[in-house]
Design a protein around this ligand. Structure first.
Ligand code: ASP
Length: 607
């Protein structure tokens, strides 16, 4: 070994020990003849000192940031006043006797010791190998490792088998586009990369494995929305002879124990609250509610239908909704802040935002005097209506009521976003708490106007509730699924379902999704056939490892917890991918590229 200790472990107990350290020069400071370097490795940082003379001095004097150096020396106490209480090694230093430069470094594009957010992310991604030298990034990788290790142990202890499934596969729909890989051996034919191992884990249940899991890579060719990756990692899990509650109990226990292992925070509520999809949409406007704070939405639609206020009435008459949310203490917002809020409501899709500040108590008659209400909309409401509105919102003096009247989907999306903004800006979120919940009773199918057909909300292997199969064809929109999502702090960290395990029912569902018999056979014949050989009842779930790790690392971006992520545009700036295939490769694959790739086009031709 080129080192006897790491740069993170020497303390007062080691004083007098002769050690060999090796690592990177984090910083060098010259004080007259005396030189200090902070030597860094994955495990920490140790201060090295070298006197004004000697061989070690001459070597260390040549070092610069990110040089790789080996130092042999003796551990000694730092001079009084020179201790650094923030560093585990802060009480000692190593007095160098010998030193060797193991490798030089050209000047890095950013200081490794600095805060990551101060460096442009594209530079960090291009030089990811330097970015990962930062202690914070290394910690994220350690956390990720610990999470995966915990999961593997926890499930192995409960008789789960980790089984690998292929990456070169056939289409496995999860609602995204497939990545396809051309086959050289079968010209003109393609593999699809798995959007998830969904069908394979179900086939493993047919195979009698009973308890399967895998830390699985999934590939989805999606237009990248904020904080998605084209490939990501799941804890994928499947069990036989279970019901939804069994899977939920297993995962809940896993999450509670994982949380205890990797987090210092407290879980707000156990057992995790179980919320129906309908209630989540009604009270939070989203199917992944952040339960760390209240501020549930309130519904004014019934009163609005009879309102004097045309904006309210029209929205309900057109089949929409009128709902609102309260900002505690929000009446102190300035007029400019209110205008900005209206602008953000518009960005979320609403035509406008009605705001009502409650400045004072109502009078003896229950009505609000003009000076007790701050709103441009109040004049459109009768005194009774206004009083009833404030009452049903639950707002107190000093609060602000925000109301959106629009199509249900627009109301939900806008108020969800406003609620989240309120949570942050009004400091309603306790930073020491994590809130989990289950969302259940999702609809099985949803109708897409664009191509006028039904789509599976989860995926097409999810079972309807037993009592709903009878109305699958007659009332597809009313059928509920045996599906469940687990949510942490407003992020969906996992989702799963009890599956269809009968061939006839699976075929019926494929037919509902508009697949002709030949397409069913071609794409899913293997599954329909397998189900005829005694498929056990089964179900499962997948947890997003990237998102879960990001939540535990308290970073908003999953790119911070992935060693080599792609940009939001799906490119790798370090490797410069995607890139052009050579003519030779294309010839072997019998592929002709119709358009020259954008990369090779001249700027004029690209326009
Ligand atoms: N395969 C599903 C997904 O990737 C999870 C599951 O149903 O188990 O979302």
């Amino acid at each position: 070994m080129l080192k006897s200790h790491t740069c993170g472990e020497l303390t007062q107990r080691d004083i007098g020990t002769r050690v060999t350290l090796a690592g990177w020069v984090n910083r060098r400071r010259d004080h007259g003849g005396l030189i200090f370097i902070d030597l860094r490795d994955r495990f920490g940082m140790t201060q090295i000192t070298v006197g004004a003379q000697g061989a070690a001095h001459d070597v260390i004097a040549q070092t610069r940031s990110e040089y790789v150096v080996q130092v042999i020396g003796t551990v000694q106490a730092r001079p009084a006043g020179g201790e650094n209480p923030n560093l585990p090694t802060g009480a000692i230093e190593v007095q160098a006797e010998e030193a060797m430069i193991l490798n030089k470094s050209i000047t890095p594009p950013f200081t490794i010791g600095g805060a990551p957010e101060e460096v442009d992310e594209s530079v960090r991604l291009k030089y990811r190998y330097l970015d990962l030298r930062r202690p914070r990034m290394a910690q994220n990788l350690v956390l990720r490792h610990n999470i995966v290790r915990f999961i593997r142990e926890h499930l192995s202890n409960r008789d789960f088998l980790e089984v690998e499934t292929p990456i070169l596969l056939k289409t496995t729909p999860e609602g995204a586009r497939d990545f396809v890989v051309p086959s050289r051996l079968h010209p003109g034919e393609f593999y699809a990369l798995p959007q998830s191992p969904q069908q394979l884990k179900q086939l493993l249940m047919v195979a009698g494995i009973e308890r399967y899991f895998q830390i699985a890579r999934c590939f989805r060719d999606e237009d990248l929305r904020a904080d998605r990756q084209l490939e990501f990692t799941q804890l994928d899990l499947e069990m036989s002879f279970v019901e939804a509650a069994d899977i939920r109990a297993l995962i809940e226990q896993l999450l509670i124990e994982l949380h205890r292992t990797v987090s210092k925070k407290r879980i707000q509520q156990t057992p995790f609250p179980i919320i129906t999809y309908a209630d989540a949409m009604e009270h939070y406007g989203i199917d992944r509610p952040d339960l760390r704070f209240g501020q549930q939405l309130f519904n004014l639609s019934e009163a609005a239908a009879k309102s004097e206020f045309a904006l309210f009435r029209n929205a309900v008459e057109a089949g929409g909704e009128v709902k609102g949310v309260v900002w505690p203490g929000g009446n102190s917002l300035t007029r400019r802040e209110l205008d900005e809020l209206t602008e953000s409501a518009k960005r979320y899709g609403a035509k406008g935002l009605v705001w009502i500040g409650v400045a004072g108590e109502p009078g003896a008659d229950g009505h609000y005097a003009p000076e007790a209400i701050r709103s441009q909309a109040a004049k459109f409401l009768t005194p009774d209506e206004l009083a009833a509105l404030v009452r049903s919102s639950g707002a107190a003096v000093g609060d602000l009521i925000l109301i959106v009247a629009d199509k249900a989907a627009v109301v939900a999306q806008t108020l969800h976003n406003l609620r989240m903004e309120i949570g942050k800006r009004a400091n309603l979120i306790d930073p020491t708490v994590d809130a989990f919940c289950w969302v259940v009773d999702f609809p099985l199918l949803e109708y897409h106007e664009e191509d006028k057909r039904w789509y599976a909300v989860h995926h097409p292997f999810t079972s309807a509730r037993d009592e709903d199969w009878a109305r699958l064809e007659a009332e597809p929109g009313a059928v509920l699924a045996k599906a469940y999502d687990v949510v942490m702090n407003g992020w969906e960290v996992g989702g799963g379902s009890i599956r269809i395990h009968r061939s006839d029912l699976q075929d019926r569902l494929f037919a509902m999704l508009g697949m002709a018999p030949t397409e069913r056979e071609e794409k899913f014949g293997h599954l329909l056939e397998a189900f005829q050989y005694g498929a056990p009842p089964h179900g499962g779930i997948a947890l997003g490892i990237d998102r879960l790790t990001a939540l535990f690392a308290e970073t908003p971006s999953i790119r911070e917890v992935i060693a080599f992520p792609k940009t939001a545009a799906g490119t790798d700036l370090m490797l410069d991918t995607p890139s052009v295939a050579s003519d030779e490769q294309l010839r072997e694959l019998s592929i002709a590229v119709a358009l020259p790739p954008a990369k090779t086009q001249s700027p004029a031709a690209a326009q």
